[in-house]
Design a protein around this ligand. Structure first.
Ligand code: SF4
Ligand code: SF4
Ligand code: SF4
Length: 373
């Protein structure tokens, strides 16, 4: 299937009744599967950073999911080349079976890395995975996606490369690469009626991905409604707020107290932080088991989750153009408010005057007179 021209994204979706898991809409309810495979292709234009990142997940961890530590989930068979103990043809066997329609159980397709356009070059290939048994030539990553996507109950683009193109798709790249929804079409639907599900981040925040997978597994098991996605196909509960709204330094921003060098605890906007306009929950959630979180720990937000990343946010480390306006407007307000808060803070940092020794009560207590009949 040739790459389709990207079309405008569909409108934001509300949670609706669950589709029959593993069945196209309108074809009756499927039996709830006891087993589900996760077929994870990291052979887009990828650095494997998302596979590595997910090993740090704790809510839930990979082990929780594949060892059936979560009640109600089907048995999960995870096939990821970074995590697998099988190699070569033994590892590829379930992918080949799924491509032939012979896997025997529903599967979720996970794509990591951006999808190259194999039609924009004269010879060779951009990305491949495994070998064609007849021709002994690499099987193109695009061909794997073409064969596996139609039968998947869900397709997840993990990381910003797979979601929107990311680093590899920046201006001047020779591969013409793109995200999974750009490749399949934004109107594409899985066998269970779901659009591509984007979990961006460079790399993905590990719990964001595992939580999305867990949600989908519950949906496949008929125990969750349709996953709520925004217009860029991101889970709404993960990407509905900005970095700024969850940042530990937002109090400094509010009173126009800005860092001018690294190492300061103040707001980093003048050092290049894009947090006020970036959809990401990392400052709230942290990176690993609640620890970390970009601006919280001293790094600017460079907008790595965003569809316009990286081109629309470069050069990194420069003050974002819009922020100079808000910074300039906030300066007089910030000066006044910091002064007033300083005075109030000094006042409330003292105890009240009636807490003292001596034989005189100065609390203002007034003895009540008993009411007589
Ligand atoms: Fe690597 Fe980032 Fe692309 Fe993931 S999104 S494959 S971490 S460059
Ligand atoms: Fe907002 Fe960035 Fe400042 Fe945090 S560091 S308050 S995200 S501008
Ligand atoms: Fe990326 Fe910014 Fe989120 Fe950090 S806070 S993960 S840089 S979008």
């Amino acid at each position: 299937m040739p790459p389709k021209k990207p079309t405008p994204p569909p409108p934001a979706r509300e949670a609706t009744a669950p589709p029959p898991a593993g069945h196209p809409p309108g074809q009756g309810h499927a039996a709830i599967p006891t087993d589900v495979h996760i077929l994870w292709i990291n052979a887009g234009l990828s650095c494997d950073g998302d596979s590595v990142s997910v090993t740090a997940a704790t809510l839930p961890s990979i082990e929780d999911v594949v060892l059936q530590g979560i009640p109600g989930l089907p048995k999960v068979h995870m096939h990821n080349p970074v995590l697998a103990t099988e190699v070569g043809e033994e590892f590829l066997a379930p992918f080949r079976a799924a491509a032939r329609g012979e896997l025997g159980a529903p599967y979720v397709l996970v794509v990591e890395g951006s999808i190259p356009n194999e039609k924009v070059k004269a010879e060779g290939y951009w990305a491949g995975w495994g070998e064609d048994a007849d021709t002994r030539q690499p099987i193109l990553t695009c061909d794997w996606i073409d064969q596996l996507a139609p039968g998947a109950v869900a397709a997840i683009a993990i990381g910003t490369c797979a979601a929107y193109g990311g680093i590899h798709a920046m201006a001047g790249n020779p591969t013409g690469c793109m995200g999974l929804a750009d490749y399949l079409g934004w109107e594409w639907r899985s066998a269970a009626g779901l659009p591509v599900i984007n979990v961006p981040g460079c790399p993905v925040q590990p719990d964001n991905f595992m939580e999305t997978v867990t949600y989908l597994l519950y949906q496949v098991a008929g125990m969750a409604p349709m996953i709520p996605l925004d217009s860029m196909l991101r889970p709404t509960w993960l990407f509905g707020k900005t970095v700024h709204e969850g940042c530990d330094r937002a109090g400094y921003y509010e009173q126009s107290d800005f860092a001018s060098e690294y190492g300061s605890p103040k707001c980093l906007v003048r050092l290049g932080c894009w947090g006020p306009v970036v959809n990401c929950n990392v400052p709230k959630r942290g990176w690993m088991d609640g620890v970390g979180g970009c601006p919280n720990v001293g790094g600017i937000c460079m907008a790595c989750t965003m569809p316009g990343f990286p081109d629309k946010f470069m050069p990194f480390m420069d003050e974002p153009p819009g922020s100079s306006v808000s910074v300039a407007m906030g300066k007089p307000y910030g000066r006044i408010i910091r002064t007033l808060r300083g005075i109030t803070n000094a006042g409330v940092n003292r105890e009240t005057k009636w807490r003292h020794t001596g034989d005189r009560l100065t609390t203002g207590y007034q003895e009540t007179v008993p009411i007589s009949n």
